[in-house]
Structure formats: C-alpha cells, structure tokens
Write a protein that binds this ligand. Structure first.
Ligand SMILES: Cc1cc2nc3c(=O)[nH]c(=O)nc-3n(C[C@H](O)[C@H](O)[C@H](O)COP(=O)(O)O)c2cc1C
Length: 205
C-alpha cells in the first residue's frame, strides 16, 4: 500500500490547473495501489513565512525553547514527518512571476532543515531523504519547455534542485503550459496534459 502526500499550492483556488492535475495523479495512483492520500493544501492553509522563532528554535534543544519557538518547530517537524512517511509525493506548483508561488516556497523553507533533511558530509551537503517517487506538476501561462522563454523557467530547475538537495532525485515532471494564448490554446494545452497524466498513470499501474 502506497502512502501518497499531495502538496497543492495554487493561489487561483478552484481554477488552479496544477492543483487539478496533481489531484488527478494522486487519486489515480491511489485507485491503482489502494494507498492513502494526505493532502497538504498550502493555498487553503498557508504556512507563515519562517521567522526567528523557527530559525532560532530549531537550533536549540527542545527543553530550552520558548512556547513560541516550540510551536514553530513543532509545525516544521509535522511537515517533515508527513514528507518522510510518504512513498510518493505529488506536488502542484503554479508559476508566479517566473518561479513557484511563495506558498510553496514557504513549505520548502520549513522542510529543508540541516541535520534533519540534509546534512554536511565529507563531500559537501548530502540529502537525508530517499526512496520516494515525486510527481511535479507545474502550470505556467507561457511555454517554457522549449523556445524563447525556456531560459526564464526559474520554477522547474529550482524545484528539482530543492528536492535533490534533500535527497529526492526521482522526479517526474508534468507540465501544463501555454494557457494564456486564448481559449483554443488553453484547451489544447489542457488536452496535452490530460494525455500525459493518463500515460503516467498507465505506467504506474
Ligand atoms: C500573479 C500571477 C503571476 C503569474 N506569473 C506568470 C509568469 O511569470 N509566467 C507565466 O508564464 N505565467 C504566469 N502566470 C500565469 C500562471 O502561471 C498560470 O495561470 C498558471 O496556470 C497558474 O497555475 P495554476 O493554474 O496552478 O494556478 C501568473 C499568474 C498570476 C495569477
């Protein structure tokens, strides 16, 4: 049985294409494996930006923390536990100003934690997580997989780097792209992603 963590982060609510396709993938995987889905909806329940209570709190023993520090660290620990217990992680990411939304960035800021999800070895930093399949769904108004705007995709490379930094290198990318060029282009883009999602789920079966 697979434990699936579904992380969604579209600031566009029910319109969010990254949320739509990430949810379809998580539910499709669950239907095939009989697993469970834990939803971390960062849009409905946004995380606060990291602050001194968290940064200072995580650097000292638990018994020395103020109540505010303890609360901030407990939240980050809960997020890391959710990630650690998942076999499969499906992440939906909207492109906002050429990168992931700050909603998703705040999640990474809580889970990338020295000594917990990465460490420093003799050869430099080393990710401390492993053995998870990641499906990364990115939704972008423009086209970034190829063409003039490809160099300005600060979303997929960045997210792959963050995941790899904590040891999660088995990342499959599903793009929804080119949705801002009118309804026909948007429908074609969505149909392309629908086909890709079907293919991903057939392979996972
Ligand atoms: C505030 C805002 C900023 C955006 N910035 C970009 C951008 O920099 N590049 C781009 O191609 N599309 C941009 N878009 C379009 C979104 O990437 C597109 O609507 C995408 O589908 C959003 O993901 P979602 O459907 O999961 O919400 C932006 C949209 C919004 C609302």
């Amino acid at each position: 049985m697979t434990t699936i963590l579904l992380v969604t982060s579209s600031p566009r609510g029910t319109e969010g294409l990254s949320t739509r396709f990430a949810t379809e993938i998580a539910e499709g995987l669950k239907a095939r494996s009989g697993g469970t889905i834990t939803v971390r909806d960062l849009a409905t329940n946004p995380l606060q930006h990291i602050a001194p209570a968290y940064i200072n709190g995580r650097a000292i023993p638990s018994e020395s923390r103020t109540p505010e520090q303890a609360e901030a660290v407990r939240l980050a620990e809960a997020l890391v536990d959710e990630l650690r217990h998942a076999d499969t992680v499906v992440i939906g990411s909207s492109m906002i100003n050429f990168g992931p939304s700050s909603l998703l960035k705040a999640w990474f800021d809580h889970i990338i934690w020295p000594g917990v999800t990465f460490g420093y070895g003799e050869d430099g930093p080393k990710g401390l997580l492993s053995n998870k399949k990641i499906y990364l769904v990115t939704a972008t108004g423009g086209v970034f997989s190829a063409g003039d705007y490809a160099p300005f995709d600060f979303q997929t490379g960045y997210l792959r780097h963050l995941l790899g930094f904590i040891g999660l290198t088995d990342v499959e990318l599903i793009r929804v792209e080119g949705t801002v060029f009118g309804p026909d282009a948007a429908n074609a883009a969505i149909a392309t992603t629908e086909a890709q999602v079907r293919e991903v789920l057939e392979r996972a079966a």
